[in-house]
Design a protein around this ligand. Sequence first.
Ligand SMILES: NC(=O)c1ccc[n+]([C@@H]2O[C@H](COP(=O)([O-])OP(=O)(O)OC[C@H]3O[C@@H](n4cnc5c(N)ncnc54)[C@H](OP(=O)(O)O)[C@@H]3O)[C@@H](O)[C@H]2O)c1
Length: 241
Amino acid sequence: MKQLYILTGCSKGLGKALLDSLLENEEHHVVGISRSMMEEKERFVHVQLDLGNTSALIEALPDIFPDGDFKKVVLINNAGWIGEIAPLGKLAPEGIAKIHAINVVAPAILINAFVGKYADKEVEKLVVNISSGAAEKDIDGWSGYSSSKSALNRISGVAQAESDLKGYNINYFALAPGIVDTPMQEDIRSAKSVDFSGLEKFISFKSNNELSSPEEVAKKVIYLMGNADKFKGVIQDVRKF
Ligand SMILES: NC(=O)c1ccc[n+]([C@@H]2O[C@H](COP(=O)([O-])OP(=O)(O)OC[C@H]3O[C@@H](n4cnc5c(N)ncnc54)[C@H](OP(=O)(O)O)[C@@H]3O)[C@@H](O)[C@H]2O)c1
């Protein structure tokens, strides 16, 4: 029987590796979201949308959550933006609003719609929010990113508490993917050292081949989604399994 995966940020990086991996299984049907145009194929529907545009996201919700008989429904909030890398005092206010719209508001709206649609359905239900180790750290130049991932962790925890209380039977994870060789890491390496004291460290992660490939991290995410009962606790890190 069919399984439904709603995947944000499916055009590049970790999301693209997840999309390719998911589609290898013929039971899987994917609704993917990104700003880039993507060709649809069998079992893959694409919704072209800027998740930073909150009203456009709200309008698109009916296209994102299809009807149908699925034995498992999964929401993967993977899209994320590192934001403008600079200290508070130097940030464009528009960028502050935008990073929280993409990294916090959009996942919260999608979780809200997911719960509304599937909470009372007798199917396996899972939400994986791709978070970051930065959620737990005070990284200079990353005020928007660190705080947005912290908020995502907290939303995941509250959502799990609500599911347990109301008997929705939804499993939530906020999963840190490690340091992954994606366009986001290129954005980090293009920051100015005056705005980000960690710049040299991130440049050396790449030159020392310390980054994980998107494909190997996608495999771990897929393992977690297939073995949710083996994972205790909402906050998870791919480097621990
Ligand atoms: N790479 C790392 O080392 C690392 C480390 C920790 C956590 N993470 C997290 O892992 C997740 C995936 O990161 P990644 O490294 O694969 O990022 P990436 O290479 O920058 O790719 C981001 C994906 O999200 C989509 N996206 C970005 N902004 C969007 C928007 N406004 N509306 C719709 N889609 C948008 C992009 O598609 P379009 O450009 O086509 O819109 C792309 O498909 C993120 O949540 C990130 O915070 C990554």
